[in-house]
Design a protein around this ligand. Structure first.
Ligand SMILES: NC(=O)c1ccc[n+]([C@@H]2O[C@H](COP(=O)([O-])OP(=O)(O)OC[C@H]3O[C@@H](n4cnc5c(N)ncnc54)[C@H](O)[C@@H]3O)[C@@H](O)[C@H]2O)c1
Length: 355
């Protein structure tokens, strides 16, 4: 229980504090710790209230609310997806989120989630790849070298030991940025001239492009047997990255089917096309990778439980790091029915100060 006198105060993690927190923990350690929270919540999947996210679509993008609860805690994220933003100097994806106590309904944490989304998306991709990637995978292609890309690279290094990266983006300056940012992390990095070139020799292919259309970043000829595809950028109706033929050759793994059927690569397939739910792979009821020739596709769209895990992780870090400030967010008079009296007392105080 929080102190009665401070119930109005809600810890707030700003962008500045989030950056300091990630750096204090160390980015790879942060990704490992966060991955453990993500995996833990997949393992108690049935405890969660689940719903496809609430999406408000517009011509150039989408604004989404992503709520979930495990019965004790409630979390939600506000996030946008506007691929055209980058050209105007804005983020394609920007977000913030909140964690609350189900017992009282009082918020416990408000935090930036733009950086946290990149971290949780990468952590989720890497957790999933632990179950699906071919054994001893060492090389990953990353197609789309924007805001999410370095986080993906580091999560796969931290969790799977990926050593070598093959980078491609239609904009060479994005690839150069990604290469330079990752220079100090010990990867062997190859810049590639096309998506096909990037896919050569990679055991894992991550697609993380942003384009508001049914794009064909990967075509069937690029995908050899045994590849694991981590498809991150296809996450909205009418916004996909893969040719349908790849889907028909792959075993497709998803987060929450009712949301993925609307938003994922599988929107290109019949509504009853078989997919495998990752929580069942993680708890061992359904196999992940069965053999070294199987093509596995993680049709990632990003699900609310992953944000919930991230919110939980950040909340658990608050005390030991002190990297937050208190926001006077809730009107919480000592006598709960005297909300109006609180207003009058404020008026009196202001009048006293003015006199
Ligand atoms: N699945 C999830 O959980 C999840 C989470 C976060 C973001 N996303 C999605 O990931 C994608 C990337 O996000 P971001 O924040 O890195 O965006 P960004 O705008 O920063 O970067 C996207 C990059 O993709 C490149 N690109 C566009 N078309 C391409 C093509 N045909 N071939 C190669 N590169 C191409 C752009 O040049 C750009 O550098 C977005 O579509 C976003 O919606 C998904």
């Amino acid at each position: 229980m929080r102190d009665r006198t401070t119930l109005n105060l809600v810890p707030f993690v700003s962008v500045d504090h989030m950056m300091k927190l990630v750096l204090k923990v160390g980015i790879e350690e942060f990704l490992k710790e966060l991955s453990a929270y993500v995996e833990e919540d997949f393992l108690r999947w049935e405890k969660f209230d689940k719903t496809p996210r609430v999406a408000s679509h517009s011509h150039d993008g989408v604004i989404e609310l992503m709520p979930t609860s495990d019965g004790a805690l409630y979390g939600f994220k506000y996030v946008n997806g506007h691929p055209k933003n980058m050209k105007d100097g804005l983020q394609t994806v920007a977000a913030f989120g909140m964690l609350s106590d189900v017992d009282t309904g009082y918020p416990m944490l408000l935090t930036e989630m733009t950086i946290l989304t990149a971290l949780r998306t990468a952590a989720t991709s890497a957790v999933v790849a632990k179950y699906l990637a071919p054994e001893n995978a060492q090389t990953m292609a990353i197609i789309g070298n924007g805001a999410q890309s370095e986080f993906q690279a580091l999560a796969f290094k931290a969790l799977l030991g990926i050593k070598s990266l093959r980078l491609y983006d239609i904009d060479p300056s994005a690839t150069e940025k990604c290469k330079q940012n990752l220079a100090g992390f010990g990867f062997e990095i190859t810049t590639c001239t096309s998506a096909e070139d990037a896919a050569q020799g990679a055991q894992i292919i991550t697609t993380v492009t942003a384009d508001k259309q049914n794009a064909t970043i990967l075509t069937d000829n690029m995908i050899g047997s045994g590849i694991h595809i981590n498809g991150v950028g296809g996450d909205c109706p009418g916004k996909t990255e893969m040719h349908k033929d790849i889907l028909l050759r792959s075993d497709i793994f998803v987060e929450y089917p009712p949301q993925t059927r609307i938003e994922g690569e599988i929107q290109q397939l019949d509504a009853d096309h078989p997919v495998i739910e990752m929580w069942q792979v993680m708890n061992g009821t359904v196999p992940g990778r069965r053999d070294q020739n199987q093509i596995t596709l993680f049709d990632s769209v990003g699900f609310a439980t992953e944000d919930f895990s991230a919110l939980r992780y950040i909340h658990d870090k608050l005390k030991s790091t002190g990297l937050y400030e208190n926001l006077d967010l809730l009107a919480d008079p000592d006598e709960p029915r005297d909300l109006f009296g609180m207003l009058l007392r404020c008026e009196k105080k202001l009048a006293g100060e003015a006199a």
